[in-house]
Structure formats: C-alpha cells, structure tokens
Ligand binder design. Structure first.
Ligand code: PEP
Ligand code: MN
Length: 263
C-alpha cells in the first residue's frame, strides 16, 4: 500500500487549512515540545498561527529517556491543547504512546507515533483501525525499508492517511543531537506516494541549527516542516535548547514559504 508503483499519484491529506503532500503547499507544523500551561498554549497558538503555521503541535504524553524527567501533563495536557485548538482554530497534533490513552485523543486531529514507538507493532496495528491521519516518525536507527514497513502496518486496515516524518538518526557524529538524513526526501519520494515532513528540531538539538536544516528540507522537496517553538525556551520543561522563540519562528516560516514557492 505504501508503494509508489502500486499508487503513482501523491497522497494528499487535508486537515484544516493544511494541505500535506502533492507539492502545492508547504505544511507548517509548530508548537512546544510539551504542553505546559494554559497561558503558554494560548500565546503560542496565536503566535504560530500569525507566523503562518497551519497545525499546532504539543506533547501531553512524553517519551522521556529518564523516568524522573517531566513526563508531560497527560490528559490535562490534551485538554489544554483542545482549548488552544478552539481559541485559535488550528488543528492539533499530539503523540500517542499507549493505546489505553486513545479515548483522550478523540478531538486530536493528527496522531503522532514517536521515533521510539516506530516498531511498536501492537500500537501500529491498533492505530491502523483508526480513521485519522497519523504522523509516523522514523525510528532512531531505522532503515527506509523498516520505516516503510511500519507505515504499511498503519495502512494494513485501510487507513490511507499516513505522513512520514524524518527527525534525524543515530550516527557516530555527536555535533548534533541526531543526524538529519536529507536523502530521506528524494529516496522516499521514489519509493512511496506518502507525504514526507522534516522535523529539524529533534535532529539539530540546538536552536541555531534549526534554520539551515529547515531550509535544506524545503529545498530538497519536503512536504512540510515540524518545528518546536517555545515562548520562553530557557525555562521549557522539555527540549528548550532546540526550541525557537516565536519571533525567530515567524521569520523562518516566512522565509520557508518563499523558498518553497521558489523551488
Ligand atoms: C517530539 O516530537 O517531541 C518527540 C518526542 O519526537 P521524537 O519521537 O522524534 O523523538
Ligand atoms: Mn521534543
């Protein structure tokens, strides 16, 4: 089902004002790594919307490396995200880690499967029965074929609306948090009709590397970029060092739209 040969036309997914795939529009997804408070979500939703983002992100269930790190606000985080959705009119995306949490996601527009769950086949099988777009992040050390097989799991019960998201992979290099694999864009373009989004934030790990990686992604033909934005990156409870300030994001989003039109 993921194979371009069986399905030559690009898959195009429409959510709110976002058009994901097909090449006509650049999809901009932005928001904090984690939902932290009502005030934070209210201001960030307005800021990223004004910058031109069409989808608001925010994690409520967080897959943290340490069990003692902030784990996300859980169901309360989803509530705050829903309030921001109502106030801003932006559709929302959030990560689901456990199938038992699915009831909380009823009004979440796009479900995210994180890098660490890319091969959680029980979760993928269960989500394949759901009628909602799913953004599937590439596993930390997954090959293209493994990643596409995971997308195949999600499509195995008829869900056609799968978005692939490259977020950097593990290599020997320690200068960035992960190595952004730009080749994923042209290679997957040949192999599959599914939309390809780049997350430069988790690849970079540092806010000052986000802009060039995002520009490279758009120049290479990505269908969109998902970027972490925080109102006060220094105080962020998760991924502050890689988060852009809203004013920085606003300049970048404008430049990316111009680049997309030019490419
Ligand atoms: C995230 O998007 O905040 C996240 C946890 O990403 P990843 O699964 O790519 O690490
Ligand atoms: Mn994050």
């Amino acid at each position: 089902r993921v194979n371009r040969r069986m399905h030559p036309e690009d898959t195009v997914i429409r959510v709110g004002d976002a058009v994901i795939g097909g090449g006509d529009q650049l999809c901009l997804i932005a928001g904090p790594c984690s939902v932290e408070s009502k005030e934070q979500m209210r201001t960030l939703a307005a800021d990223v919307k004004a910058a031109g983002a069409q989808i608001l992100r925010g994690g409520a269930f967080k897959p943290r490396t340490s069990p003692y790190a902030f784990q996300g606000l859980g169901p309360d985080g989803i509530e705050l995200l829903l309030e921001a959705k109502k106030a801003s009119g932006l559709p929302i995306i959030s990560e689901i880690m456990d199938l038992a949490d699915l009831p909380y996601f009823e009004e979440v527009d796009i479900l995210q499967v994180g890098a660490r769950n890319m091969q959680n086949f029980a979760l993928l099988k269960a989500l394949s029965k759901i009628d909602k777009p799913i953004l599937l992040k590439r596993g930390l050390a997954a090959t293209y074929e493994e990643w596409l097989m995971s997308a195949e799991y999600l499509m195995s019960n008829g869900n056609e609306n799968i978005i692939l998201c490259e977020r950097g992979i593990r290599t020997f290099e320690t200068g960035t948090r992960n190595t952004l694999d730009i080749s994923a864009i042209p290679v997957l373009r040949q192999k599959t009709h599914l939309p390809i989004i780049i997350d430069p934030s988790h690849a970079a790990g540092k806010h000052d590397l986000v802009r060039p990686l995002a520009q490279a992604a758009v120049a290479a033909g990505a269908d969109g970029v998902m970027i972490e934005v925080h109102n006060d990156p220094e105080k962020a409870l998760c991924d502050g060092p890689q988060s852009l300030h809203p004013s920085e994001y606003s300049r970048l989003a404008a430049d990316l739209k111009g680049l997309h039109a030019y490419c």
